[in-house]
Design a protein around this ligand. Structure first.
Ligand code: AMP
Ligand code: GLY
Length: 416
């Protein structure tokens, strides 16, 4: 098979790495890819991002399967365009992608199908929003309706912060239209978990659970980032939690997907909060997580391409994805200053000394050198029989890598 992977981050590098191990696969193109995908076995980068151009490329190269990493092309309807061109693609239709692309659509869907989630109100009028926040008990969470590159969720401790958030989103329009409509919702206190899954529209097969570490500093302090590290499985996802997730979230979601005739074949990623009052759904994503993918695929024993083909053939009922025993740990190495301002172009050294796997996120090749080219630069991933072993291996490797300003959290996988 010839495979096209769309995207350019650490997630896409991990997908390319896993897909290249499939005996079904002869050739992989990654569009646009990064300095890590281009050196992966069977893979070549192609510098295309536009959806129509991608479809044209897939036709020309007779691509057998396209896998989409990030949410933006999915929400823009890449799957519909590929299908109109009779091209096989793994991902949700534009309609189904609204589960991630619009917080209002997804919250209304959760309410309609009784998926357990935080109480909420929707506003498209700033006056009404300003009036409402006078009546709330705090904290509250204010969310931009549309995609905002992970920055559209603001946790407000008091009325003043809520006023500021409504102003930023609705009046100043800092997210280019994405925040003109908002959701204001109940704050949930607990531990988060990421459950990536695959669906064929009839069945949802959950992957092994994982735990992201979103804040920049140790002890979950400081601003949110794209994700500073992940462990899998998530130690808080015990059987009781997984049972509640299945009953109150997965099954009700599946009912909605079927009743709404969503044509959803692809990844569905449940961001959940485990609280004292039970397990709640925070959000859906319609793609793999970054960096969850790096840790989760490290433990996947099954052939990922075969799983996607099963989904496209609607054969997921009774399908068991096989997982390695033990645990994995992924540590993100970031540019100094991230998630604020940072400089790029520093030489990365030490990757050749690493014993486990390094996935490139924001780095590019320049001759035979690898240079930093983004906020999240690399992720180091190791697996082990225990979480402790996986952590030690990953941290041992992280220490070997250097570039000017390199920063990573020292407490990924520490269970408090
Ligand atoms: P979302 O994009 O909806 O997942 O939100 C991003 C992050 O904001 C989540 O991973 C949580 O850390 C936090 N968050 C979102 N909704 C809530 C909520 N209702 N209560 C507490 N934290 C939340
Ligand atoms: N790591 C969280 C996400 O991919 O949305």
């Amino acid at each position: 098979m010839k495979i096209l992977v769309v995207g350019s981050g650490g997630r896409e590098h991990a997908i390319v790495w896993k897909v290249s191990q499939s005996s079904l696969v002869d050739k992989i193109y990654c569009a646009p890819g990064n300095g890590g995908t281009e050196v992966e076995d069977k893979c070549e980068n192609v510098n295309i991002s536009d959806i129509k151009e991608l479809a044209k490329f897939a036709k020309e190269k007779e691509i057998d399967l396209t896998i989409v990493g990030p949410e933006v092309p999915l929400v823009e309807g890449i799957v519909d365009v590929f299908k109109e061109n009779n091209l096989k693609i793994f991902g949700p239709s534009k309609k189904a992608a609204a589960l991630e692309g619009s917080k209002i659509y997804s919250k209304d869907f959760m309410k309609k199908y009784k998926v357990k989630t935080a109480e909420y109100e929707v506003f498209d009028n700033s006056k009404e929003a300003f009036n409402y926040i006078k009546t709330c008990s705090y904290p509250v969470v204010i969310k931009a309706d549309g995609l905002a590159a992970g920055k559209g969720v603001i946790i407000c401790q008091n009325e003043k912060e809520a006023e500021e958030a409504v102003k930023t989103l609705m009046l100043d329009d800092e997210f280019n239209g994405a925040g003109l409509k908002i959701v204001i919702e109940e704050f949930l206190e607990g531990v988060e978990a990421s459950i990536l899954s695959v669906t064929d529209g009839e069945t949802i097969v959950p992957f092994i659970s994982s735990k992201d570490h979103k804040q920049i500093f140790d002890g979950d302090k400081g601003p949110n980032t794209g994700g500073m590290g992940v462990i899998a499985p998530n130690p808080y996802c015990n059987e009781e939690v997984l049972d509640s997730f299945k009953k109150d979230i997965l099954e009700t979601t599946l009912k909605g997907i079927k009743e709404e005739k969503m044509d959803f074949v692809g990844t569905i990623f449940f961001g959940i909060m485990i609280t004292k009052k039970g397990v709640y759904l925070l959000e859906y994503n319609v793609r793999m997580g970054d960096p969850e993918t790096q840790a989760v695929l490290m433990l996947m024993e099954s052939d990922y391409v075969q799983i996607m083909l099963k989904a496209l053939n609607k054969e997921l009922a009774n399908y068991n994805v096989k997982w390695k025993k033990g645990a994995s740990c992924c540590i993100t190495l970031a540019s100094g200053g991230y998630p604020g301002k940072y400089e790029k172009g520093f030489k990365i050294s030490g990757i050749d000394k690493v014993q486990n796997k390094v996935f490139v996120a924001g780095a590019k090749k320049s001759g035979d050198k690898l240079l930093t080219n983004g906020g999240r630069v690399l992720s180091v991933v190791a697996s082990g029989e225990t979480l402790q072993e996986a952590r030690e291996k990953a941290y041992n490797d992280a220490e070997k890598i250097s570039f000017e300003g390199v920063y990573y959290r020292k407490d990924i996988g520490v269970i408090r």
